[in-house]
Design a protein around this ligand. Structure first.
Ligand code: PMP
Length: 429
């Protein structure tokens, strides 16, 4: 595979951009290939500057459920751009998108648009803290909610300890207000609430964790979270930045039958443009400025291009429910093919999938939390990734990421991917 032009561009980028990238995972640090620099994306494929074409299972890390440059999304953007790029003033389309989100997700009665998932979760925490008058929050090990100070926290040593900064620059004073709990561990949550319950403003959770591979919460765990948070007057925040409009048009919360107090969105609701959002019950959302006292703002929030891309994407998803049925079928086919390949070759692998989010872990353990996720052999993953890339399959360059199937993936793409996966796995033996 020729990646010469990408290599040159990467060297040039490193001179002026830290690590050559604007988001760390793009640098391919956990594998030993340079990142291809992408020239264009069409449907299920991306093409790099050396003319290599790949079937893409990253989909810009989740937003592109309709595939690259979907004709209707492109058309909506062209129309919007002719009317200007930003006004910093209210527009009709913001209300339309907000209404669509509220109609799709019943727990959301009001929603505020922001520019990224990070902003959505950061603002949701401020809202929860302002609403409850409490400072502490609980997050789960292996869940990722963006890079704001309160959420860039890893577990302290041992159970029931306060969090510690996951990056230099996160003040220890802030970290200690974040308690880090085990995902899918009801007993652990009971202990935390017995000790700190009255002080906890919010529990934030990825209902289907997509940032340690793919690890769904169990129904019992989710039911318990709803019960315990209600009991203690703590807000339950679902981070559906990845799962919102992905696992179902009505979000992961519809699969669990649970109504969180606040939901965070991102990715798909921007149709590939920078958008995030947080929403919830009217009574809680009315605390946000200017309706209420809690402050949050944004120069480009509700940007007309981003709203146009988001709105057309949601309309297509709403009006074509068969998209989700087809995503389920294609993703099931892919998951079964990948699992079978590993079995045939005697490679220990464990595959998790919910709808069009999936992940193959190189471990014989069933992956249910962070500890079982990290039992995966990341050296095998790195080799598998490289072999797949060589064969024209673009996966996320880290074991602990989800693969996304889009509406643009055809059955032929899936079958080709399964065949290439067999060949890739064979070279690892
Ligand atoms: N929450 C979740 C569940 C995410 O997956 C991500 C990003 N991958 C974020 C929050 C942060 O979103 P952003 O990168 O848009 O800030």
């Amino acid at each position: 595979m020729n990646l010469e032009r990408s290599r040159q561009l990467f060297e040039a980028a490193k001179q002026v951009i830290p690590g050559g990238v604007n988001s760390p995972v793009r640098a391919f640090r956990s594998v030993s290939v340079n990142p291809p620099f992408i020239r264009e994306g069409k449907g299920s494929r991306i093409i790099d500057v050396d003319d290599n074409s790949y079937i893409d299972y990253v989909g810009s890390w989740g937003p592109l459920i309709l595939g690259h440059s979907h004709p209707e999304v492109v058309c909506a953007l062209k129309e919007a751009i002719n009317r200007g790029t930003s006004y910093g003033a209210p527009t009709e389309i913001e209300t339309e998108l907000a209404r669509m989100v509220c109609e799709a997700v019943p727990s959301v009665e009001m929603v505020r648009m922001v520019n990224s998932g990070t902003e959505a979760t950061m603002s949701a925490l401020r809202l929860a803290r302002g609403y409850t008058g409490r400072d502490m929050i609980v997050k789960f090990e292996g869940n990722y909610h963006g890079h704001s100070d309160s959420l860039l926290i890893k577990a302290g040593s041992g159970a029931l300890t306060h969090g510690v900064p996951d990056s230099p620059g996160v003040p220890a004073d802030i970290a200690q207000n974040t308690l880090t709990a085990n995902f899918n561990d009801i007993a652990g949550m009971k202990e935390i609430f017995q000790k700190y319950g009255e002080q906890i403003a919010a529990v934030i959770v990825e209902p289907i964790a997509g940032n340690m591979g793919v690890v769904p919460a169990s129904q019992e765990f989710m039911d318990f979270l709803r019960i315990i948070t209600t009991k203690y007057g703590t807000l339950l925040i679902f981070d559906e930045v990845m799962t919102g409009f992905r696992v179902s048009y009505h979000g992961a919360q519809s699969l669990y039958g649970i109504q969180p107090d606040i939901t965070c969105f991102g990715k798909i609701i921007g149709g590939g443009l920078p958008v995030g959002a947080y929403g919830g019950k009217r009574e809680i959302m009315s605390m946000m400025s200017p309706a209420g006292p809690i402050y949050q703002a944004g120069t480009l929030s509700g940007n007309p291009l981003a709203m146009a891309a988001g709105l057309i994407t949601l309309r297509i998803l709403r009006d074509n429910p068969c998209i989700y049925t087809e995503l389920e079928e294609k993703s099931k086919l892919l998951a079964e093919g990948l699992r079978e390949n590993a079995m045939k070759l005697g490679i220990a692998a464990s595959l998790n999938r919910v709808g069009s989010m999936l992940c193959m872990f190189f471990t014989s353990q069933q992956v249910v939390d962070y500890h079982t996720a990290i039992s995966s052999d990341t050296r095998i993953f790195a080799r598998y990734f490289e072999e797949m890339l060589k064969r024209g399959i673009y996966l996320a360059p880290s074991q602990f990421e989800a693969a996304f199937v889009s509406a643009a993936h055809r059955k032929e793409d899936i079958i080709f991917t399964i065949e290439q996966s067999y060949e890739a796995l064979k070279t690892i033996l």
